[in-house]
Design a protein around this ligand. Structure first.
Ligand code: UD1
Length: 633
């Protein structure tokens, strides 16, 4: 068996940490490892305190390739990363590219892989903060998710975000958070591996806060200095490892703490963990530190409006305070939540195994083998099909029928009309998806002075005929002069064994009759072959009686095409023989649309309707969950 070759691209501190877990697991498997890893370090973070220390902490081997891209404006950095990773891919010819998180290195590597047609696997996919301004990570993550052939999510919420964005389930795998694996592994090692000396910093166990700040929105000089000044006023000492960007601002401005704040060099993993486990509160704008604080059950204050890990906020273990210094200081005094944090939402701490398994077995080896559509591969690309299912064409069809002398009849009239031998058509509309859409056909018919029979359902997952808008639509149609039938779906009664088919059908017909104050003289079936078993005796006539088929030629626009050709193009039409024509409103539109696109628009309308009605009913949906939760005192 040839092992898959995976190029892993890392470049920043948080990625070294995550990659250490997976690389460590592969190393532990040794010759048994199902994939071969080639490690690439972009060099986005290059200082020893931000980079080397992590390789050392986790016993990671030297990277196989160092790209030395260094710092610089993000677009230039991105260009260098993309170009240099692409060159490595040319050289290594891997099966897959593995990337972590949301940094410039992640996006650059994913773009390079995409350009080289190497499938991308993305760890920590699907997290969303729903904020873009000055948050390049949000854009990076969204772009990388959508470039990826396989999205590996560290939280269940990530899975849901991707599904909502229309991603096929095959492209999403919940693996749990590698940072949690690492946290559990490291806990026992902290006493021996941490070298930081609390006493030397005059810090007492549980009587200090740990702060880290590095995000661009917080390191603009004015914002940063206000934040630092607030921390300097805290009641307990605050220890803060300094990110290079913070260091640069301080060097420029000359501000120095005079109160509670103690600035220290950036820390390795074990030292940071040591402080985290011992701190009173953690103040951080880092997504990674935030999660580690959650694992360590330390309450966290986030100097941001919102963050990527709402799970921590929802459980009360984190609070977003924006850029308000007083809110920050007040939050440091808040008591701990009663419920311990549940790490379930981040998996059970076995993500390395799951990630390796996904790389070895789940990841598709070609970009075009991916199920890009939500429902898998049935439509790798939606089939485009030319149609003439437009209202204009519908009008033309009806006009042709009229010109050929056809009468538009109701079903109860058929028997008599057959006896007369004059041309007539039974025009029927089964309403499977959406009552409102039927109005357009009803109007065309009314304009031409013809009547059809409309068959709504009472039991369907797609609409509620008794809802305000569907009821209004049916009434509009009836007022235009059309007839009412019942479209009966046996499946809806599958669980109600107490009723026979005949009784169930009768019950629905009576419901519709009393609701719309109209008689129902005819029933159609959603699944005729299943409904019409031999012993079924219905009390009302139905559209599958031999009467409506044998002497009458039947046409239906099933699936958005006319399988028997268009009624008005048939020899029966030319001869003026009676016709039974079933037209489904869902396929007919102002402009020609393929059946697939017609259904997609239906989905859009339904989604829109659901969201609107939710917003009208629930403030929390309209205002946003995060806003409400973070406003909690
Ligand atoms: C990056 C990530 C961020 C992550 C953070 C962890 C992006 C867009 N952001 O932000 O998501 O949380 O890493 O630290 O990728 N610098 C040094 N030494 C270094 C590296 C950088 O001094 O080794 C300085 C440079 O002046 C540079 C600045 O830090 O301009 C920012 O570095 P950069 O890697 O671009 O972004 P981070 O802020 O570290």
């Amino acid at each position: 068996v040839t092992r898959r070759k995976v190029v892993t691209v890392v470049g920043t501190r948080p990625q070294f940490v995550k990659a250490a877990v997976v690389s460590g697991h592969l190393r532990a498997l040794g010759a048994e490892a199902p994939v071969e890893e080639v490690l690439v370090h972009t060099g986005q973070h290059y200082e020893p305190t931000l980079s080397d220390v992590f390789f050392r902490d986790f016993g990671m081997p030297e990277p196989d390739h160092e790209l030395d891209v260094g710092s610089g404006p993000m677009s230039e950095q991105l260009g260098r990363i993309t170009e240099r990773v692409a060159a490595i891919l040319d050289q290594e010819q891997p099966d897959l590219v593995l990337v972590y998180g949301d940094t410039t290195s992640t996006l650059g590597a994913a773009l390079a892989a995409d350009h080289r047609d190497v499938p991308v696997v993305h760890v920590e996919a699907g997290e969303r903060m729903f904020r873009r301004l000055r948050v390049p990570e949000e854009s990076n993550r969204i772009l990388v998710d959508h470039l990826s052939s396989l999205c590996l999510c560290v939280s269940e919420l990530g899975v849901r975000h991707l599904a909502r964005e229309g991603m096929a389930p095959e492209r999403i795998v919940f693996v749990g958070d590698p940072m949690y694996d690492l946290f559990r592994w490291a806990l026992d090692l902290v006493p021996e591996r941490a070298s930081i000396d609390l006493a030397a910093l005059e810090l007492e166990e549980g009587r200090f806060h740990l702060a880290t700040v590095h995000r661009p929105e917080n390191t603009q000089p004015a914002v940063l200095l206000r934040l630092l000044a607030a921390l300097d006023r805290a009641e307990l000492p605050v220890v803060m490892p300094v990110h290079p960007r913070v260091r640069d601002v301080l060097a420029e401005d000359g501000w120095a703490p005079a109160g509670s704040l103690r600035l220290v060099e950036p820390l390795g993993y074990f030292d940071l963990l040591r402080l985290l486990l011992a701190c009173h509160h953690c103040v951080t704008d880092s997504g990674g530190v935030m999660r580690e604080a959650f694992f360590a059950a330390r309450p966290t204050v986030v100097p941001m409006q919102s963050n990527w890990w709402p799970q921590a906020v929802e459980s009360g273990w984190a609070v977003n305070v924006g850029s308000d210094p007083d809110a920050l200081l007040a939050a440091l005094d808040a008591p701990e939540p009663e419920e311990p944090p549940s790490t379930e939402v981040f998996g059970g701490g076995r993500s390395a195994e799951r990630i390796v398994e996904a790389l070895a077995e789940r990841a598709p080896l070609r970009k075009d083998e991916v199920a890009w559509h939500r429902h898998g591969r049935f439509a790798e690309l939606p089939t485009v099909q030319a149609t003439n299912f437009t209202y204009t064409h519908y009008r033309r069809m009806l006009t042709s029928l009229q010109e050929r002398g056809y009468a538009f009849a109701a079903f109860p009239e058929a028997e008599e009309l057959l006896a007369w031998g004059e041309p007539f058509v039974l025009l029927r509309h089964d309403i499977d998806m959406e009552v409102e859409k039927a109005i357009a056909l009803a109007e065309v018919e009314a304009e031409l002075g013809v009547a059809a029979t409309y068959f709504p359902m009472t039991s369907t997952e797609h609409y509620n005929v008794f809802s305000a808008s569907a009821s209004a639509a049916v009434r509009t149609i009836l007022e235009l002069g059309h007839h009412l039938g019942l479209h009966f779906d046996l499946a809806a009664h599958g669980t109600n064994g107490a009723l026979s088919i005949a009784e169930a059908c009768e019950q629905e017909a009576e419901l519709l009759e009393s609701w719309f104050e109209r008689e129902i003289e005819i029933v159609s079936f959603h699944r005729p072959s299943e409904t019409l078993t031999e012993d079924v005796e219905l009390s009302r006539p139905h559209t599958y009686l031999p009467l409506f088929h044998e002497p009458i030629r039947y046409f239906a626009d099933s699936r958005g095409v006319w399988p028997r050709g268009e009624p008005t193009a048939s020899p029966e039409f030319a001869e003026g023989r009676p016709l039974h024509v079933l037209v489904h409103p869902i396929w007919w539109n102002e402009r020609p649309l393929s059946p697939h696109e017609a259904l997609m628009r239906f989905v859009d309308r339904r989604t829109d309707l659901l969201e609107r009605s939710l917003a009208a009913n629930c403030e929390v949906y309209r205002v946003g969950r995060l806003a409400i939760v973070s406003a909690r005192p």
